[in-house]
Design a protein around this ligand. Structure first.
Ligand code: SF4
Length: 733
């Protein structure tokens, strides 16, 4: 079925792809974008590589015509993308031509936050960084330096900094995004859902989405499989305060009151247990603590949930029965961006438990068991040991955090506890938009002796940096291998397609040169990246030359379901699926999830929700000329009745003011629509840029991040629930 999925249906699900495809096709007619050097090369050549417009890492084939990057398409051999890129991937051409790219290393020439720079050579920039690192090491120890990074490109920088002695390396994707989901599933099944998620959407006969707006949230494999599931008649159930693209494909759309998802989940589980509709054989074979769980959820009937969620009891019962009808091929999607209300790990655990009742974990149409090829790591010397440990989670305040907490590092930087943090490296993540409460981030930055940003564009965090190091785009560099954990494992190569147009350098080169300046040559026995990659590949019986030609090597099709012979195993204390969690109980938390009502906002205010658009990734693509052509600003979705009462119409411009008096920097267009509840508004994340280095994106739309001055910290793992802010609308004169 997947290979028969038409491009048209794929684009119909994404809702915005056609514009991007057209834009990419016309790129050649945009002469101002030709930032390259115009090489003398003639003819057409193709280069396999993998995409970096988001973290999904789809395999692609780039075409170069007369020495100029022409187009990027899916690699037909790729099991992840099935040979089709999403609209952003197709528009990746624009990343190379983006006139707003950083071009040369920059040293700050004024106070922090004022974007005044001196261009320097790479030698000057890296010597300055190395000298500052030595100073910090001397005064505070190497643990006083932290790394924030996103994506595979941070691998070599992390290696250099670990060799230097850091202990604090965090990805905001944990505490600001997927962390609660991962921990909720780990507590229940003993392992997380991974990335790409192990969701078998293509075989699901019933798919349940809670706030997951597939089609707008463009995770390629999932969206294609969603289109397949819709096309083959799967029942789609969507609970979302906003009538999303996914909701438009649903048989049952539940316009749930924001913040009450856990109440709905408890009511669904109550129906399945009370009516005996759950998978009794599966639960009896694999479950632990089911009786205690069943007793805990007895009070949470659909009638109990109704005043909380706004969803009528009959609808809850009907949808629960529909889930049971198709089990185990009923998939309650775990979502990805899960940091909403501060109860997020318990909500994610409830999603895991609902799946467990339906018997979908490990089963076809539910969650498959992924596999990876065996590609040994490069044999580096061991990293230095630290007695101080990590700074992000002192005393295991958040006992179930399974990765570093980026906001914990920020807090340590502000307080100096448990020890001072004096240097930050930031790789490919715009912390000003990724972390909640910008004022806290700025306070932390003001305590630093060194802030280094390595990136392709000069986003807001670069505006605060002492040193800005311009990286090549993914189309101009090698990266580490992608050894994918997937239902069809593979190993893939990213390699340069064209040269960088200015004095940008690949991350591996930056990391290696810095290591040499720090006297860490022992950690870089390889001289070229090709040597490193070939060494790793040879360890797996492969060769760099082969991957340079083909882009990837596939590892076959191992069994992925219990039905195919995968042996169920659960890395929990009980070695079973934990319906009742003793570790949670012992740590003072609810062993079975419990609901608490979200706090309301000030009278007359609207809850601020945010999400994704199919043509942009976070706050990192708004200057990409191809993607900006498809969407160059966001809008604020406002319920039509609310808008009418406020005298607002679609297209009017407003500023948003939050409960703490913070106002959006720029005005944003109103989208007055019946497709959102009257108690909330919605913005696509990533707009409203204030960095003057982002000329194309500056001042366009409103930044949700700027308005997220409050957050509720998940007590289990330190995630920051950010859907707890409220705004009013102020018409722009
Ligand atoms: S999902 Fe889209 S942007 Fe992300 S890697 Fe795949 S093609 Fe690129």
């Amino acid at each position: 079925m997947s290979n028969q999925l038409s491009r048209r249906r794929f684009l119909r699900i994404t809702g915005a792809g056609a514009g991007v495809a057209a834009a990419a096709g016309t790129l050649g007619s945009l002469p101002l974008l030709r930032a390259g050097r115009g090489p003398a090369e003639k003819g057409i050549r193709t280069v396999p590589t993998f995409c970096d417009i988001c973290f999904w890492k789809c395999n692609a084939i780039a075409t170069v015509r007369d020495g100029v990057l022409w187009k990027i398409e899916g690699n037909p051999d790729d099991p992840l993308s099935s040979g089709r890129l999403c609209p952003r991937g197709t528009g990746g051409v624009g990343a190379h031509f983006d006139p707003d790219r950083l071009r040369r290393p920059l040293l700050r020439a004024s106070v922090r936050g004022e974007e005044r720079w001196t261009e320097v050579t790479w030698d000057e920039a890296l010597s300055h960084v190395a000298e500052k690192l030595r100073q910090i090491e001397k005064e505070h120890g190497p643990e006083a330096v932290a790394l924030f990074s996103h994506g595979i490109g941070g691998t070599f920088l992390k290696h250099t900094l670990k060799a230097y002695g850091i202990t604090n390396a965090a990805a905001p994707s944990f505490a600001q995004c997927r962390g609660p989901r991962d921990v909720g599933f780990e507590l229940t099944f003993g392992e997380g859902v991974g990335s790409p998620e192990r969701t078998d959407i293509r075989n699901a006969r019933c798919l349940v989405l809670l706030g997951s707006h597939l089609g707008e949230n463009m995770h390629n494999t999932q969206v294609q499989e969603f289109a397949e599931a819709v096309g083959s008649g799967a029942t789609i159930i969507v609970a979302d305060p906003r009538f999303s693209v996914a909701a438009s494909k649903a048989k049952h759309y539940l316009p749930i009151r924001p913040g009450t998802d856990l109440a709905l989940l408890l009511a669904w589980m109550n129906v399945l247990v009370r009516e005996g509709l759950y998978d009794k054989d599966y639960v009896s074979a694999h479950g632990f603590g089911f009786e205690a769980f069943a007793a805990e959820i007895t009070p949470f009937t659909p009638e109990w949930a109704w005043p909380e969620t706004g969803i009528e009891p009959d609808v809850v019962r009907e949808t629960a029965r529909e889930m049971a009808r198709y089990r185990p091929a009923t998939l309650v999607h775990p979502g990805r961006h899960a940091t909403w209300y501060g109860d997020d790990t318990q909500r994610s655990r409830a999603i895991a438990l609902l799946n467990a009742l339906l018997g979908s974990w490990g089963r076809k149409g539910g969650f498959y068991q992924p596999a990876a090829m065996d590609v040994p790591a490069y044999p580096y010397p061991p990293y230095p040991k630290s007695e101080k440990g990590k700074a992000d989670n002192p005393g295991r305040k958040y006992p179930f955090a399974s990765e570093a907490i980026s906001t914990g590092i920020r807090e340590a930087t502000i307080t100096g506890q448990p020890y001072p943090v004096k240097g930050w490296f930031v790789y490919a993540t715009n912390l000003m938009q990724a972390l909640p409460n910008e004022a806290e981030t700025i306070r932390a930055i003001q305590n630093l002796d060194l802030l280094v940003v390595v990136d392709v564009i000069g986003s807001e965090i670069a505006g605060w940096a002492d040193v800005v190091l311009p990286e090549t785009t993914y189309l101009e560099r090698y990266d580490d291998l992608n050894v994918e954990l997937f239902r069809e494992p593979f190993v893939a190569l990213r390699q340069p397609v064209v040269e960088a147009p200015f004095d940008q350098k690949p991350n591996w080169w930056i990391a290696r040169e810095l290591a040499l300046k720090l006297g860490l040559e022992a950690y870089y026995p390889w001289k070229t990246i090709e040597e490193y990659l070939d060494h790793r590949l040879k360890g797996a019986g492969l060769s760099l030359a082969h991957l340079q030609r083909r882009g990837l090597v596939r590892g076959g099709k191992p069994p992925v379901y219990y039905e195919e012979g995968v042996v169920p195993s659960f890395a929990t204390p009980s070695k079973k699926i934990e319906f009742y969690s003793v570790p949670l109980k012992e740590a003072g938390f609810d062993p079975v999830p419990r609901y608490s009502r979200p706090e309301p906002g000030p009278p007359g205010s609207l809850r601020l929700l945010f999400g994704r658009a199919p043509v942009h990734s976070f706050s990192r693509t708004q200057t990409n000329p191809v993607l900006a052509q498809a969407m160059d600003e966001n809008e604020v979705w406002v319920n039509a009745d609310v808008a009418r009462r406020a005298g607002l119409r679609t297209g009017d411009r407003v500023r948003l003011r939050n409960q703490d008096g913070v106002r959006s920097d720029f005005a944003v267009k109103v989208r007055a629509t019946e497709a959102i509840r009257p108690d909330c508004v919605y913005l696509v994340h990533g707009f409203g840029h204030t960095s003057r280095m982002l000329r194309r994106a500056f001042g366009r739309g409103a930044s949700d991040a700027r308005l997220v001055t409050r957050y509720r910290t998940d007590p289990l793992m330190g995630g920051t629930g950010m859907n707890v802010n409220f705004v009013t609308l102020e018409p722009e004169a």
